[in-house]
Structures are given as C-alpha cells and as structure tokens.
Write a protein that binds this ligand. Structure first.
Ligand code: HEC
Length: 334
C-alpha cells in the first residue's frame, strides 16, 4: 500500500508548503492533506448539522415547554464509536508503511556524519571530506548520523519534511532520497542561544555527475593555490610540522629552513645535496639515507603523497632556502 489517496486540489494546498524535494516529502504531504481534508469535512458536517438542528428545534414560542430528553440510542452510539475507530485506523494506515520506511535506511545508503554545534553544522563525507553544506546526488539514499558537540540541536530540512534531533553524546539518524535538483534550507528548530538565528546552511542536490564535479573541486587542494601554498598546506596537514620547524630550530628532524640545496652528512658518512630528487627520496623512503645527528624515525610517505604534492612541498622548501630556488650557492642575505 503506497500511502495516501491522491487528493484533488492538493496541488493548490501544497502552495502553503515549501517545495518538496524527496519522495518521502510528497508521501507525507499527501497523507497530511488527506487527513486535513477529512478533518475539514468533519468540522463542516458537525458544525453545519449543529447549526441546522439549533435553527430547526429552537424555542419558537414563549410558552413552549422543553421536551423531555430522549433515551440514548445504543445502535447509533455503537455505530458512531465504530465510525470514529474506522477513521482513526484509516489515518493510521495512510502513512504507516511510509513511516516504517523512513525509520530504516537501505543498506547501501551513503553515510554522512553530521556534527551540530553552537552554531553550525559539519558534514563529513565517506571520503573524509568535511563541508559546512550538505551536498548529495539525486536518487541516492543518504543516511545522516547526527550528534552534537554541546547542547541539543536539530537538523531540519523542510524540503525533505525531515527533522531529527542532534544530541550531545548520542547518535541519532535519519535518511532520505532527494528527487529534485536545487538548493534548500537546512536549519535547527531548537533554540540554542544567541547565535541561533545564524544556525542555517543549505542542502544542495546534484545530478550524479554534478556531485562528482563538486567533490573533485572541493577536494582538489591545488585549485586556486600556488604550488608553494599547497606545500605549506601539506606540511600542516600531514604532520611534518611535529618534527620539522621552519625557523631553523632543530626538532626531531632537521629544520626546513635552509634545507633545500644545502649539503648534509649522512650517518653512512657520505655527503648528500638536498635537491629535488633527494627530497623526494627522503619523503617517500626517509630511512634509506639518514642525516647525521638524527634518528631514523620519520614515517615513509610512500602512497600518502603523490608526485605533484611532493613537487609542491619542494617548491615551498625552496622559498625557505637561503640558496634560492635554483639551489646555487648565491647567498641572498637577510
Ligand atoms: C616523526 C617525525 C617526522 C615527521 C612526522 C616527518 N619527518 Fe621528515 N625527517 C624526520 C627525521 C628524524 C629526519 C632526519 C633523518 C632522516 O633523514 O631520516 C627527517 C628528514 C627529512 C628530510 C631530509 C632532510 C635533509 O636534511 O636532507 C626531508 C626532506 C623530510 N624529512 C621531509 C618531511 C616531510 C615533507 C614530512 C611531512 C610530509 C616529514 N618529513 C615528516 C622526522 C620526521
């Protein structure tokens, strides 16, 4: 049973509502409007009959005496109870299947972790990308796993008729399948302090190709950056920072200041020049030649950094070398 009976004119009533962007949304609207119209019909019927009876049976003459109240008609009362029960069951059955369907996400649903906090959201995609807006592709089942870092929040997406609480120290979840392309409101419907009005973001639904394009554009660290900037970013991102300073201070590893182009003694007693090739080798397989005075503790970055990323790191190392980009012994002076 697919849910509600399509109601003639529900299109007009739907104008009261935000656009619907998922099958669940149209299913819920349809159940809502059916119950709404049944209730409206009941109100008109009851109020109309009450009015009619009042007009018909009102005291028309001053001297008229009140009639004795009649006896309860058990048959009619029984029928009415059955009728009301029937209406309640009808309303229950309208969306019961839809309700059950909305509780359990399909097994192949894409998992997106959602963290709410005062006053924004983080969406973590399966590939680890973190965004402050929710992007999905149309037709794909998406399960949101919610939690909160501080107080009680909610994730409310009117266009999906979706509303789920995000609770501190607990996981809650909700799933949906968007079926219309567009950008829709995402907000919390639980007041959470002074920044609450700003706790809004967007749901962007893409075609599958559009989603891949978006993901590629946001995860491409080279987009809009120079090689040197990417190098610095990788230094922070990949934990090089913990062992290599950029100001000449010796940490666990040699400082990156004045590294490029300089000559170092290795433990094996040979001399190496930190040129492009040596730097690449040091990053991928650091323990092949170890610089004198240091321990071979650097983790190999083989498989973690690609050629282009190593080139970016090298380009950035050049900016910190007194020997300049070409590695020639010309002192720049400072
Ligand atoms: C756990 C600490 C540690 C981390 C993290 C680390 N390194 Fe190292 N690194 C070292 C040590 C110690 C040496 C010196 C010994 C050796 O050559 O293996 C070194 C050597 C190097 C050298 C050669 C230095 C020279 O003087 O010739 C380069 C280049 C280098 N690291 C780059 C990196 C980059 C880039 C990263 C991050 C992607 C990184 N390291 C992360 C500890 C670390």
């Amino acid at each position: 049973m697919s849910g509600a009976i399509p109601f003639v004119g529900s299109g007009k009533l739907a104008a009261w509502f935000p656009p619907d962007a998922s099958f669940h949304a149209s299913e819920m609207d349809s159940a809502f409007f059916t119950i709404y119209m049944a209730a409206a019909f009941a109100v008109i019927l009851v109020v109309g009959l009450a009015f009619l009876f009042v007009m018909q049976n009102r005291r028309k003459d001053k001297n008229e005496k009140a009639l004795p109240t009649g006896k309860a008609n058990m048959l009619f009362q029984g029928l009415w109870v059955l009728c009301a029960l029937g209406l309640a069951l009808f309303a229950f059955n309208l969306d019961f299947c839809g309700f059950m369907d909305r509780q359990v996400a399909p097994g192949n649903a894409t998992q997106i972790e959602v963290t709410a906090r005062q006053w924004d959201y983080d969406f973590v995609y399966p590939n680890g990308h973190v965004a402050d807006t929710l992007h999905v592709s149309i037709g794909e089942a998406v399960q949101l796993n919610l939690t909160s870092e501080d107080v009680v929040h909610s994730l409310t997406i009117p266009a999906l008729r979706l509303n789920q609480a995000a609770l501190p120290g607990q996981k809650t979840s909700a799933w949906f399948r968007a079926d219309r392309q567009g950008t829709y409101d995402v907000r919390s419907n639980i007041y959470s302090g002074k920044g609450y009005p700003g706790m809004q973001t967007a749901l962007v639904t893409h075609t599958e190709a559009g989603f891949d394009k978006w993901m590629a554009s946001v995860t491409d660290i080279f987009a809009g950056k120079t090689m040197e900037e990417v190098g610095e970013l990788l230094y922070n991102k990949h934990g090089c920072k913990a062992c290599h300073s950029i100001d000449g201070v010796k940490l666990v590893g040699p400082s990156f200041k004045d590294l490029y182009g300089h000559t170092f003694d290795t433990k094996e007693g040979i001399q190496v020049v930190a040129d492009d090739a040596y730097i690449k080798e040091s990053i991928l397989t650091p323990n092949v030649s170890v610089i004198a005075g240091f321990e071979p503790v650097m983790t190999p970055y083989e498989g973690k950094l690609n050629d282009k990323e190593i080139e970016a790191i090298t380009a950035w190392l050049k900016t910190m070398s007194s020997l300049g980009a070409d590695g020639s012994s010309q002192q720049e002076g400072n």
